[in-house]
Design a protein around this ligand. Structure first.
Ligand code: XUL
Ligand code: CO
Length: 441
């Protein structure tokens, strides 16, 4: 097979002083941090949809990005060439994982071309090649998913569609997506609620739609067991886009939903950085919520732009974000099945293949640097020590009695009558922010 990118050499670690823009300054996969290699901490994955299927189109104009592998009128030839390009890209970049939607890797057949049966045949053909390329390169599947939002049949949702016929179609599609994810040894499977939400409540039965979404996920759990798929299920929160209001709007809303419908033992969360921001939270907040509730699964790494209100899916470069993410994730024990999937796309003017490398190199370095800084914060404990001291009252006999539910309002009133006004203590936010900045070197 001739190479697609003969001019691009495998990306290597050259250290912080290198001037080579096609080298890692911080990501050294074999480097050990807190007893684990960087590769094992970070588990980077490339998102197939943005990186290989993205064209740079926006609401004001069509795509600007032309790729050589799209040079055939036969969509299956394009699909195979895209896959080969993708594995060359993974290998040259040095990432160990990839992620895909079913419709990214194989084109959907129209009813006239044979409908779902033909679509599934096409998928099988591509999955066979993907399995071979995975074996040849050692690159693994972090997670698979189904695109339940592009086709017009899903315009009013998939599992939450007002029609059970659409629900059935979506179920058939996810059934196949689970089968191929299993076949490719996927470590996980993501449910992002594409159009599971509403544009107006005037035409929507919200309670019924939520029941249907839960029923759908229970069917997926049952089918997962039936075929012996061992990967982790994730649900990915997002508050809006494409619908005005998505049901899985943020980590807390997903958690409440999973608990109400007895799904919490079956799904963890896949937190996307800019979905958090769109929800009016920080990436840090959403990760911390998951860590505090034992539901942290995986991450879609990206960022938004503070001046653009939409889902810009930019590559993550903000060090504060990566440090705080690594701080939370590492303290929570790190990824098991999850990893960092770059759910991010190059800008519309970044039309060259080399831009895909610059984008991923920068993002991987930003997380590697974040990991190194977080590791020093974890070792030295300047924040932990402050937090422990701030809460030390809870470690006293009195605090313990409250935490253990041994005393109630009556005893607390007696205590307060006796002890009077509590002493207040500074939260020292400015000092802590300075300490954090001090670690960035
Ligand atoms: C959309 C989004 C999706 C999911 C997978 O905003 O994040 O790409 O990650 O369907
Ligand atoms: Co995502």
């Amino acid at each position: 097979m001739p190479e697609f990118m003969p001019d691009i050499q495998p990306i290597r670690y050259e250290g912080p002083d290198t001037k080579n823009p096609l080298a890692f300054k911080y990501y050294n996969p074999r480097d050990k941090v807190l007893g684990k290699t960087m590769a094992d901490h970070l588990r980077f994955a490339v998102a197939y949809w943005h990186t290989f299927k993205g064209t740079g189109s926006d609401p004001f104009g069509p795509g600007t990005i032309l790729r050589d592998y799209n040079n055939s009128s036969d969509p299956m030839v394009v699909a195979e060439q895209t896959l080969r390009f993708a594995f060359e890209f993974f290998t040259k970049l040095g990432v160990n994982f990839w992620c895909f939607h079913d419709r990214d890797i194989a084109p959907e057949a129209t009813p006239a071309e044979g409908g779902l049966a033909e679509t599934n045949r096409r998928l099988d053909q591509i999955v066979k090649l993907a399995g071979k390329l995975q074996k040849d390169t050692g690159v693994k599947l972090l997670w698979g998913t189904a695109n339940l939002f592009s086709n017009r049949r899903y315009m009013a949702g998939a599992a939450t569609n007002p029609s059970p016929v659409v629900f059935a179609y979506a179920a058939a599609q996810v059934k196949k997506a689970l089968e191929i994810t299993k076949e490719l040894g996927g470590a996980g499977y993501v449910f992002w609620g594409g159009r599971e939400g509403y544009d107006t409540l005037l035409n929507t039965d919200m309670g019924r739609e939520l029941d249907h979404l839960a029923a759908f996920l229970h069917m997926a759990v049952d089918y997962k067991k039936a075929i012996g798929f061992k990967g982790q299920f994730y649900i990915e929160p997002k508050p809006k886009e494409p619908t005005k209001h998505q049901y899985d709007s943020d980590a807390a809303a997903c958690h409440a939903f999973l608990q109400k419908y007895d799904l919490v033992e079956h799904l963890k969360l896949n937190i996307e950085a800019h979905h958090a921001t769109l929800a009016g939270h920080t990436f840090h907040h959403e990760l911390a919520y998951c860590a505090a509730n034992g539901i942290l699964g995986s991450v879609d790494a990206n960022r938004g732009d503070e001046l653009l209100g939409w889902d810009t899916d930019q590559f993550p470069t903000n060090l504060y974000d990566t440090i705080l993410a690594m701080y939370i994730i590492t303290k929570a024990g790190g990824f098991t099945t999850g990893g960092f999937n770059f759910d991010a796309k190059v800008r519309r003017q970044s039309v060259d293949v080399v831009d895909l490398f610059h984008a991923h190199i920068g993002a991987m370095d930003a997380f590697a640097r974040g990991l190194k800084i977080a590791a020093r914060l974890i070792k030295d404990k300047p924040l932990d020590k402050f937090v422990a001291a701030r809460y030390k009252g809870w470690d006293s006999a009195f605090g313990k009695q409250i935490e253990e539910g041994k005393i109630g309002f009556v005893e607390l009133e007696q205590y307060t009558m006796k002890n009077g006004e509590p002493a207040v203590q500074s939260g020292r936010q400015e000092m802590l922010e300075n300490i954090l900045n001090d670690y960035i070197r």
